[in-house]
Ligand binder design. Structure first.
Ligand code: ZN
Length: 42
């Protein structure tokens, strides 16, 4: 099996599905959206 840690290290930065902005590594709950787009107020 592929080592999960190593797998994620090789991934490019995630980009927000909504605005395309690069997502800094955050809590997993952020999913595919950046801080702004993941905001409940948005
Ligand atoms: Zn966004």
């Amino acid at each position: 099996m592929v080592n999960v840690i190593e797998f994620f290290k090789t991934l490019p930065k995630k980009k927000c599905r909504h605005c395309g902005e690069e997502i800094e590594e955050q809590a997993e709950c952020y999913g595919d959206y950046c801080d702004k787009c993941a905001s409940p107020a948005n």
